[in-house]
Structures are given as structure tokens and as C-alpha cells.
Design a protein around this ligand. Structure first.
Ligand code: GLV
Length: 330
């Protein structure tokens, strides 16, 4: 008999098909977001779960699902997993990194450029039938080329964003927990390491790309926004909660910064409605990795992690290596 797997969210049919070769499946192609109680009920007797960031895996859940051995998220971010709790309960936790780096970097650029050049604001105006004549000062925005790009968080995605800046003759500055070595800095568009204050003060366009953790909560808040140029744009493609959205809305209303491009929000999808009252924001629904090829590649990675766990191999993207002491995997 095949072990049982819960596919907690809707996913590509070919992924379901592939998983059915290894597991007895409980699917959710209606894409219902299960509450913890519903997840617990569905996870009874399951070996594993394929999920996304919407499934919170913590002590409360894990203490009620003793059969569970692996949770595999189709995301690079895994702030929904309590890794210490996973290890305590002998559950392997895996994510789906790397295959999304370039696609996500493309999208960070798309947001930065749309924000700086007021693309969506201009389109809304055009669609509303306001376009009667060309004017020299319609939708004047900020240049991207030749300016200073600031990157907060210089992991794999941050570096992919930085590399793209070469073609735009930009100076790239970054702040990160640790400084990159000189060859990595040179590959990353010649990025220059600076402290957080300098990053905030000198960036013309600032992109936030740090993973969410309790320490990163409101890393950009009132005080940080106050240090930015009034002409600056801010892009967040990382996670809701890293930017204090209420503080950002106030800064945008009062034009203390010029504009923001946001793919992630606090409490998404029920984000702060204050954003909808602003014209100087570009808002997208958490789609930075959403190209057809990349989302499929991420799902395939998540499958590879599940199959490895099933076959007694170390999953390629295991997040809690210390769990191996509690499993029969070598
Ligand atoms: C998307 O937000 C991801 O973490 O992959």
C-alpha cells in the first residue's frame, strides 16, 4: 500500500499525476484554505503534506498528527514552518529554493520600473477615458538608469536583482546580515556593502528582499522611511510584515517617499485598504515567482523532496537537518 499524502492546495494536474505514482493522494483542487482543525483532520494517517505558505506547521498542529513525517512547501520562504517544532516531532521540513531566483528578480525589476515610471497609474487614467491630449508633464516619474539601487538582503534573489543593474548603469549598494566576498560583490553588479542607515539615505530605488523572521518584523518602519529620500521608491517582494504597512501608507500619503511597489502585504490577502486610496503605489497579489515555467519547477522541487523522504533519502532541500537524528534516514 502506498503511503498517504495530503496536497493541501490546488496544484498543476501533472504534479498530482506524478505524485500519484508514489502516494495515495488526498487532493484539494478546489483550493480551499483549510483551518488548522481541517488540516488536522485531513492529515490523520498521512505520511506527508505538500503545501504552500498558507499552512502553518507548528506545535499545535504537529502534536495532533503523529503519522506525519514530511512537510514540503512550494515556496522559498518557510516562515510558516516552526522548524524547531518540526524537529521535535521528527518531521522533515523542505522548501523550493533557487529555481525562482531569476524569475523573482525579473519581477522585482518590473515592480521597480512600473513604480518609478508610474505605469499602472497612467494605465488606470487612460482606461478611465481621461486621455485627450499629450502633455509635457503627464505622469512625470523618476529615472531608473544611472541612479542608485539599494538592496536590503543580498541572498540569491538579491544578487540576481543586482546583476541586472549593470545594463542600467546603476550604482548598487546593499545591506545584509553579512558582507559578500569580493568576487560575489563583483558578480552582483559591483555591489557595495553599506550600513542600513546609508542604504536608506542613499538609495534612489530600494528593494526589500530579506526572508521574514521575528527579527525582520517591521525592519522598514516609520523611522526607516523617515531616513529615505523624498524622491525614492520602495519595492517589497519579500514578505508581508517586513515593512510596516501602516507607516508606509502614511509616508506615501504625505509624499515623504515618492512611491512604492508591493507584491506582499501584512495580513495578505486582506491587506490594509489604505493602499487602495493611493495613486503612488503599484500593487500586485504575491506573484513575483509566478511564471508558468518557474511555478512548475518549484512544484517539481517540492515533489522531489517528498519522494526523497519517502525513499529514505535526505530531501535535497531539507531545512531542519537536525531532524535526521530522529529519523531512519542516513
Ligand atoms: C514566495 O513568496 C515564496 O516564498 O516562494
Amino acid at each position: 500500500m502506498k503511503p498517504k499524502l495530503l496536497i493541501a492546495r490546488a496544484i498543476f494536474p501533472e504534479i498530482v499525476e506524478k505524485l500519484s505514482n508514489y502516494f495515495e493522494l488526498e487532493e484539494n483542487q478546489d483550493d480551499i484554505i483549510f483551518s488548522e482543525t481541517e488540516l488536522v483532520a485531513r492529515l490523520q494517517g498521512k505520511f506527508g503534506m505538500l503545501c504552500t505558505s498558507s499552512a502553518r506547521v507548528n506545535t499545535s498542529l504537529l502534536s495532533q498528527v503523529p503519522s506525519l513525517k514530511v512537510v514540503s512547501t512550494i515556496a522559498v520562504g518557510y516562515d510558516n514552518f516552526d522548524l524547531a517544532a518540526c524537529t521535535k516531532f521528527g518531521v522533515m521540513a523542505t522548501n523550493a529554493p533557487d529555481v525562482l531566483n531569476e524569475t523573482t528578480a525579473d519581477f522585482a525589476w518590473a515592480l521597480m520600473m512600473a513604480t518609478a515610471r508610474r505605469v499602472t497609474e497612467a494605465e488606470h487614467w487612460l482606461r478611465a477615458g481621461h486621455w485627450e491630449k499629450w502633455s509635457y508633464n503627464a505622469f512625470l516619474g523618476a529615472d531608473v538608469h544611472g541612479t542608485t539601487l539599494g538592496i536590503l538582503g543580498m541572498g540569491r534573489i538579491g544578487r540576481a536583482i543586482a546583476r541586472r543593474a549593470r545594463g542600467f548603469d546603476m550604482r548598487v549598494i546593499y545591506h545584509n546580515r553579512s558582507r559578500l566576498d569580493p568576487s560575489a560583490e563583483s558578480e552582483a553588479g559591483g555591489a557595495i556593502y553599506v550600513d542600513k542607515e546609508t542604504l536608506l539615505r542613499d538609495s534612489d530605488h530600494l528593494i526589500v528582499v530579506v526572508p521574514y523572521s521575528a527579527a525582520a518584523h517591521h525592519l522598514i518602519g516609520e523611522a526607516e522611511l523617515a531616513q529615505m529620500k523624498s524622491s525614492a521608491t520602495l519595492v517589497n517582494i519579500a514578505r508581508g510584515g517586513i515593512v510596516d504597512d501602516a507607516a508606509l501608507i502614511r509616508a506615501l500619503q504625505e509624499k515623504r517617499i515618492a512611491a512604492a511597489g508591493l507584491d506582499v502585504f501584512e495580513n495578505e490577502p486582506r491587506f490594509n485598504p489604505g493602499f487602495l486610496t493611493l495613486s503612488n503605489v503599484v500593487l500586485t497579489p504575491h506573484i513575483a515567482s509566478a511564471s508558468q515555467a518557474t511555478r512548475l519547477a518549484m512544484a517539481n522541487k517540492a515533489v522531489d523532496n517528498l519522494v526523497a523522504a519517502l525513499e529514505g533519502r535526505v530531501p535535497p532541500n531539507l531545512l531542519n537537518n537536525d531532524v535526521l537524528q530522529k529519523t531512519s534516514i542516513e
